[in-house]
Design a protein around this ligand. Sequence first.
Ligand SMILES: C[S@@+](CC[C@H](N)C(=O)[O-])C[C@H]1O[C@@H](n2cnc3c(N)ncnc32)[C@H](O)[C@@H]1O
Length: 205
Amino acid sequence: MAGKTSGNVNLSAAKTAKKDEFYTQLTDIEKEMRYYRKHFKDKTVLCNCDDPFESNFFKYFVLNFNRLGLKKLIATCYTGSPIANKQLSIFDILGESEETQNKPYKAVVTTVYDKTGDGGVDMLDVAELFKSGENELTELEGDGDFRSPECLELLDEADIVVTNPPFSLFREYVGVLVAHQKKFIIIGNVNAVKYRETFPLIMIF
Ligand SMILES: C[S@@+](CC[C@H](N)C(=O)[O-])C[C@H]1O[C@@H](n2cnc3c(N)ncnc32)[C@H](O)[C@@H]1O
């Protein structure tokens, strides 16, 4: 019986972890963001549940940085993410050590241009701009939890937060954004609209 309970607990934890690691498609982000384009001008956007080189939120904002007229883009990555713990090809480009690859980190982008000179802007330019130090890619002190002091400092710096947060922490996540009086766009599980914490926010708009 004890074994069965433990099995159920493990299964439930695995299901939760799986839901928390659901990644958003670029096309879905593009479809949604077209309604908000004008709101991003001269703004600092924070993606605080986003591995910069796997998250399509980071990709969308970095590749549309100039078109949207962004002031700054910040993305932070959580240590619990399996993606944070895998070998990232982008770090091979950057020549980072294996030790650095396994740590949660923060990306801060203030400039995006055709660094490679190949006639267009893509993720290779983004990598080169980190490599040259024109943009910043640094390790976080903690684990990248959106509730950690260093991530809350970044939250306070941001004008708009855009992400798909971990489903299991959805209520708490929205609570933190509201407590810090942030504007936000969340693409997430449709069931979350029925939450006590979320429904009144939807009624406002
Ligand atoms: C549903 S996934 C979405 C990932 C990404 N935002 C996207 O849409 O593709 C949620 C992400 O939040 C991360 N995460 C889980 N707990 C977190 C926490 N406490 N603080 C910050 N990020 C967390 C997970 O590792 C995962 O990468």
